[in-house]
Ligand binder design. Structure first.
Ligand SMILES: [Zn+2]
Length: 290
């Protein structure tokens, strides 16, 4: 009930902010129109509309959008909302041997790992930034693997896409996601959820600006299976709102922030949730490369 109320309040606040922004934009536009009408320095320019013209319908208030400074934290990478071709974080920072993330979120990740350690929780990164090229390579290797078993191009691609996310659709390409396990349990499966490390992150990651990106109860929206090891940086303010509201990122962006770029977002109830992290095979491949 409390969550529901919070959600209502948040939606109300955001809606209110949207209305305010819309109103502000309207009034400045109105002012511009008024100043044009009273500008007699250009009398030769005839008004385009006759005086008796019908009043123009008021334009719809603009949906609330984040400021550009805030956009990077909320970038969405999914099958329904792929990253633009060539997308890469502006700067990478190494946070553990062999693992890099977007440098803007690196301090938060390091802080979370350090504070967990001070509370006796050992966290270990097992996957972080993955370039578009790397994702493409994984995807194409998987297609080749299935073609080698005699499948047609079409069949092999369909099978591969259900195992490895195609380039542009993996959140690891944003540099804002990390797979985090603990030395005692490095399995990317449901068993990890029972570890103190997973429980600690589920309860505390929002304080550092991270969210559990693929929750168990949101698989129909994210189209990704429950991944108790996959954490995504969205910044402290958004992480708190998402945690308290019980949203997944899609719900938050689309339902709460009314994010413009998600206009085509649809919930696909028939789709089977996929694995975003390709379970062990991908991790093992990454380990081999180090
Ligand atoms: Zn992951």
């Amino acid at each position: 009930m409390r969550r529901f109320l919070l959600a209502l309040i948040t939606i109300g606040l955001v809606g209110g902010a949207g209305w305010l922004i819309g109103t502000r934009q309207l009034s400045s536009k109105d002012k511009a129109e008024v100043s044009q009408e009273t500008d007699f320095s250009q009398p030769e320019a005839p008004p385009e509309e006759p005086e008796a013209s019908e009043p123009q319908p008021e334009p719809e208030p603009e949906p609330v959008i984040q400021t550009p400074d805030d956009e990077w934290q909320l970038v969405l990478a999914s099958a329904l909302s792929p990253l633009p071709a060539g997308y890469a974080p502006p700067e990478l920072e190494t946070v553990a041997p062999g693992y890099q993330v977007d440098s803007r979120m690196a301090p938060a990740l390091k802080k979370m790992i350090a504070e967990a350690k001070s509370e006796g929780i050992s966290l270990m990164i097992c996957s972080a930034y993955r370039s578009e090229e790397r994702q493409k390579e994984l995807y194409e290797n998987k297609i080749a693997e299935h073609k080698a078993t005699g499948k047609s191009d079409e069949e092999a691609t369909a099978v591969a896409a259900s195992i490895v996310l195609p380039p542009g659709t993996s959140e690891h390409q944003t540099g804002l996601a990390a797979d985090i396990v603990t030395p005692e349990n490095q399995n990317l499966d449901d068993s990890f959820a029972q570890t103190p490390a997973a429980k600690w992150m589920a309860e505390n990651s929002w304080k550092y600006g991270f969210i559990l990106r693929y929750p168990q109860d949101k698989q129909e929206i994210t189209n990704i299976i429950y991944e108790p090891w996959h954490f995504r940086y969205v910044g402290e303010e958004h992480a708190k709102a998402i945690y308290e509201g019980g949203y997944c990122l899609e719900e938050y962006l689309y339902g709460v922030l009314n994010h413009k770029r998600l206009e085509s977002f649809v919930i696909s109830p028939t789709a089977q949730p996929m694995e975003a992290d390709e379970a062990q095979s991908e991790t093992e491949t990454e380990k081999k490369e180090q």
